[in-house]
Design a protein around this ligand. Sequence first.
Ligand code: PEP
Ligand code: MG
Length: 596
Amino acid sequence: MGGRGDESRKIEIRRVGVAVSAGIAIGRAFLVGRDLIKEPRYHVELDDVEAEVARLHRAIAASDRQLEKIKGKLAASQGESDFHIITAHQLMVKDEHLVDAAVGYIKDESINAEWALRKAVDDIRGVFDAIEDDYFRERRSDIDFVGERVLRNLLGKETGPLQPPPDAIVVAYDLSPADTAQLHKQAVAGLITDAGGKTSHTAIIARAHEIPAVVGLEDVTEVVEDDDLLIVDGGGGVVIINPAPSTVAEYRDQQRREVAIEAVLLGNRDLPARTKDGAEIQLLANIDGAEEIDDAVAHGAVGVGLYRTEYLFMVGDVVPDESTHYQTAVEVLRRMAGRPVTIRTFDLGADKLAGFLEEAKLDEANPALGLRSTRLCLADLGRDLFRSQLRGLLRASAHGPLRIMFPMISGVAELRAVKAVLEEVKTELRASAVAFDEAIKVGIMIEMPSAALIADMLAREADFFSIGTNDLIQYTMAVDRVNELVSYLYEPLHPALLRLLRDTGRAAREAGIPVSLCGEMAGDPVVAPVLVGLGLTELSMSAVAIPEVKGVLRATTLTDLERLVERVMLLPTAQEIREAVVAHLEELGVQLGASR
Ligand code: PEP
Ligand code: MG
């Protein structure tokens, strides 16, 4: 192995972090320094206070413009996750909590703008520090990035883009979304960071651009030196620093295998997801925005099984109106070119917050069990927004095969209540001679045990079901889906869950309505065969998971999967069930793990 660094004298070091974006990368380290600026601190004369405040406002405006420029460069070519995250930073930079607090410090304590800004940032950081929630803890780095940018503008220092050479592996304490989004354009091979977790922005963007990444490595920036040879195994969450030649050879093999498997899987794109004995399974995509559709189709999605519209409310400070809902839905239908699309009405609350909800300061002790989702749509706080969405969606239904789906339905009374609102909106549209699909199908998500247990009753009044296991697992096992401390209990193959799935599927079939499953477990190649064996014929998942799931299903027979399910339903723990399924798939010669 040739090389710039003298690897022969360095010891191979292995570190394990959080696996956030699959794939193997082998390349040279490009260290991004933390480069925190030390701000000058001094008092200003009373006469100069206003000038100091004006200086702060100018730096904030400059920061906003810079972020706008970065967004402008990204918008045309990239996924909107980057775009939305940078928009969130723009909102943060202008947020009154930050700006008013900094101005307050300048005026009350007669201190310079840099010092005041640092104090305001530290205050906000302190609030995030106190929150026992990974998602919010990770938002600390957002406020740091924003503060750092304003500080640089106050001091007249450049914030140019990072410029690693192509094929480098970027090593950082943490990366701002603006940096990460631009790295994609530099064709970096991989990313590793000290900070971060599964929902950190680095993770979200790396996944969106399929850059292998491992985060949460704690002090990797202190172990790695510039130009060190690195291996990043993004699926396994492993980083190898200065690997021995034999290790490099081993990972190159794995890399080749993964690339070959991926190519074969993507080659399946236009083949049906059909078992060997002819059972047709529909594999659809879960999306959060219209811009994800081209990728979904490229991965073989035959429709959109779940469009989570709440993201329309979570970015920017404008609440989406009827026209936004209409235009977005029409755009989704246009891009899907005749394939079916299921749009879910907004599922806000709990961990998904929007400006209007934050302003309402609900102060709930248990938000996951509180005024969220459909309950919010039926409450005074959400009713008008819900009606606008329904009007927009109904109007869009005149343009293509659109179904409307309500989340978090607890029982028949709630279903009737939302259907009554829908009927009112339809009546209004008819009165104004506005076209919509009179035969539009209206379905519900089954994501609470109460709904699963009376699925037979709900099936008489809903046109279709989609089982939302992300929440169904959380409410069945009483395990918070975003709490790392209890994540070991979050078990898709728990026998209790499998019974709920079996019974819900049976109820739907007996009532003659379609049923699909759109929780994350649908995209797990070990779990998907169990779902098919349970009788589910429609699975909706992240688009990247479709090729592998399809490959597994095409290698099996329905009769065989039904037998397998009969057998595993008698096993008492999720672990035994998983082991039995893996053993069975391996016996069939099914290759697992290509995209993980
Ligand atoms: C679910 O709960 O399984 C689901 C698909 O919805 P979300 O993940 O948006 O709650
Ligand atoms: Mg849900």
